[in-house]
Design a protein around this ligand. Structure first.
Ligand code: SAM
Ligand code: DTB
Ligand code: SF4
Length: 344
């Protein structure tokens, strides 16, 4: 099926009340509207398969309350050095051969050191030369580092806002929401596609989830990629332990699907990614996410440090749902369309 394009305007002037009104719709109505938007801009029968690799694990100086890789967590994750280029390229080749289109690499850094950039650049150009789409998430960037990544051919840079601004401050103390937005701007200015999303199920309120979608949907230009993660509760992290003690704080699946649907409606052209946390979701919930507009999943038996369903299980799920792995490029036309609208 060809991607259909509509002339509906892409709005960046959403109010919080408007986003809240989406969340408040009857669930079936919300899903119906999100599915309509999805069909207007994307190929709804396709799901992009992506693989994650942690190229530098653990020992991170930041104190993100959800993360197993923070040096302040007691998660048992062992800190490692930056992986060798050859080893990363081997993993990328394995992922490509298993059907992944996109390779996302993460480092547990507050920011990369300039001395690491040579290796990072080699990794980006190597993975790209294999015909895979590349995404990196390395923490805060200077404009010079962003320019180096762009020159190496990096397709996307991931840097999540994680939640609404108010809740963010309760989850991370070593940096501010503004710091996050500044890096997004640096990435945008370097001409790299922006990947920014967040985590639901951290004990935040509906208003925080509204704030999260609102932040992304009111950026001057929507992120081309919006990962929506369900918290993977890890023992020894602040949030993992808090949720273990107060299980009622766990988000319900319907609310997770609502967040995906609101993101889809507010950011019609973006790739909305059903990211971490699928291990604790039924196939029925995942199917609702696809109906609500999710375009992609992380496959392979590991996320960065947490376990994930393997390729075989995912291929079987897609077959049962009658969906297929995305074969061609992402609807880049959609991005070009956004460019046109921005310059109109
Ligand atoms: N250090 C870099 C940073 O924070 O931008 C990159 C790596 S960091 C692990 C990438 C993203 O993974 C975070 O922004 C967060 O949204 C997500 N993440 C980390 N731990 C998670 C967890 N336990 N459950 C769900 N998502 C998680
Ligand atoms: C994103 O939003 N989710 C991915 C990717 N971007 C880098 C990371 C998920 C991490 C899940 C927890 C873990 O494996 O440690
Ligand atoms: Fe470090 Fe990123 Fe984990 Fe925060 S989310 S502790 S910055 S690796």
């Amino acid at each position: 099926m060809e991607t259909r394009l509509t002339t509906a305007p892409i709005r960046t002037d959403w109010t919080r009340d408007e986003i809240a009104a989406l969340f408040d719709l009857p669930f079936t109505e919300l899903l119906f509207r999100a599915a309509e938007v999805h069909r207007a801009h994307h190929r709804p029968e396709e799901v992009q398969l992506c693989t994650l690799l942690s190229i530098k694990t653990g020992g991170c100086p930041e104190d993100c309350g959800y993360c197993s890789q923070s040096a302040s967590a007691q998660s048992g994750v062992k800190a490692t050095k930056l992986m060798d280029v050859r080893e990363v390229l081997q993993k990328a080749a394995q992922a490509r051969d298993a059907g992944s289109q996109r390779f996302c690499m993460g480092a547990a850094w507050r920011n990369p050191k300039d001395r690491d950039m040579g290796k990072i650049v080699e990794i980006v150009s190597g993975v790209r030369a294999m015909g895979m789409e590349t995404c990196m998430t390395l923490g805060m960037l200077t404009p010079e580092q962003a320019a180096q990544l762009k020159a190496a051919g990096l397709d996307y840079y991931n840097h999540n806002v994680d939640s609404g601004p108010e809740y963010y401050e309760r989850v991370v103390s070593t940096r501010s929401y503004e710091d996050r937005l500044d890096t997004l701007e640096t990435v945008r200015e370097a001409g790299i596609n922006v990947c920014s999303g967040g985590i639901v199920g951290m004990g935040e309120t509906r208003a925080d989830r509204v704030g999260f979608v609102h932040t992304l949907a009111t950026l001057e230009r929507h992120p081309e990629s919006v990962p929506v993660n369900a918290l993977v509760p890890v023992k020894g992290t602040v949030l993992g332990d808090m949720l273990a003690d107060t299980p009622l704080a766990k988000i319900d699946d319907i609310e997770f699907v609502r967040t995906v649907a609101a993101a889809r409606i507010a950011m019609p052209l973006s790739m909305v990614r059903l990211s971490a946390g699928r291990e604790s979701m039924s196939e029925a919930t995942q199917a609702l996410c696809f109906l609500a507009g999710a375009n992609s999943i992380f496959t392979g038996d590991k996320l960065l440090t947490a376990p994930n369903a393997g390729e075989d299980e995912d291929m079987a799920m897609l077959a049962r749902l009658g969906l297929k792995p995305m074969a061609g490029p992402e609807p880049m036309r959609a991005m070009a369309e956004q460019d046109d609208l921005a310059s109109a």
